[in-house]
Each structure stands twice: as C-alpha cells, then as structure tokens.
Design a protein around this ligand. Sequence first.
Ligand SMILES: [Zn+2]
Length: 187
Amino acid sequence: MHASGHVMSGLLAGVGFAQLAGLDSGPGVLAAVTVAAGSTGITSPDIDLWLKGIVRHRGITHWLPTVILFGATTTILAANYAPELTWVAMAHWTGLFVHLFGDFLFGMAVVGADGPGIPSKGPNSGYVGLGLFRSGGGAEWIFTWLVLFPVLVAAFKAWSGLDWVPTLLLLGAGVFYCSAWSQKGRH
Ligand SMILES: [Zn+2]
C-alpha cells in the first residue's frame, strides 16, 4: 500500500476514534494524527523497512500477535504510569491495526513471502491478503485520492465544523507531507 493510503486510512480511523472517545477538537486532532502515525512509516509495522537485514519486510512486525502484544503492553504501561496518555497509546494501537488491514487489502507479495498480504500462521508464514490492484500503483493511487480522501474530508469536516476549503487544504497538505517523509513506493 502507498504511504498516502496508510496516512489517509489512519486519519480516517483517527477521526472515528476521536468521536468515539468523545475528545474535543484539540486532543481529537492529536488522536487522529497519532492513529495515522501508528499506521504510517517508522512508527508503524513498516518499521521493518528501517530494520533491513534484521527482520523481513511484512514479517514479525506485521504479525497480529505482535501487534496485540505490543499495543496491550504500551496501553497497560500508560494506564499505570501515565493515565492521561492512555488514549494516546490506544490511538497508536488502533493505527497499527489500520496498517495491517491496509496491507491485508493492498499488500502485494514481498520477496520470500508465500503470498500477498500479512502473515497469519507464524511471523513469516501463512500469508493472507486480497492483494488488490496488483496491476500496480496507479489504481490504488486513484482509489486513495478519489475515494478515501473525499470520505476523509467529509468526515473531518462533519466532526470539526470547519469550512470545506480549510479542511481540504489542511488535510491535503498533511497527507502530502506525511506521505513524503514516511516512505516511498508500495509497502
Ligand atoms: Zn506494512
């Protein structure tokens, strides 16, 4: 999946998270950005791209038990030692799941893996995924910007009460910026 898809699906889930958690717009935006961070780049399961030679891409960091254990640990630690940050840990944890779901839908097979998507049987085996849009990046890019982005803008506008133009500019710039620093290509 492209970085922009991970950023946008993370932000979209984050707006939902902020609404469910009943957060005000300030902490709400922070929560949305935290979910997007959990879904994108070095703060997501794609940290394995920065650990080349140590772990395989879409291996153990993309394995459901790892994500469950990691998120439960950070959430329990936060709840015990910094309760005011518990929702931050939970927002990040949510982002990790969003990332796995994105790779499940769009993740093409990586070299050495036994299929597209994410591992299910073990950290490096039993790959499951739909591997949508294998024709390449174009179709996913169109889906990301023509379907996901408008939905995100509408959801964010409804939640924040901002006008269309500032919402569009804010989110567009944010997604573009995050996609640019996080990673290149399909992951
Ligand atoms: Zn990934």
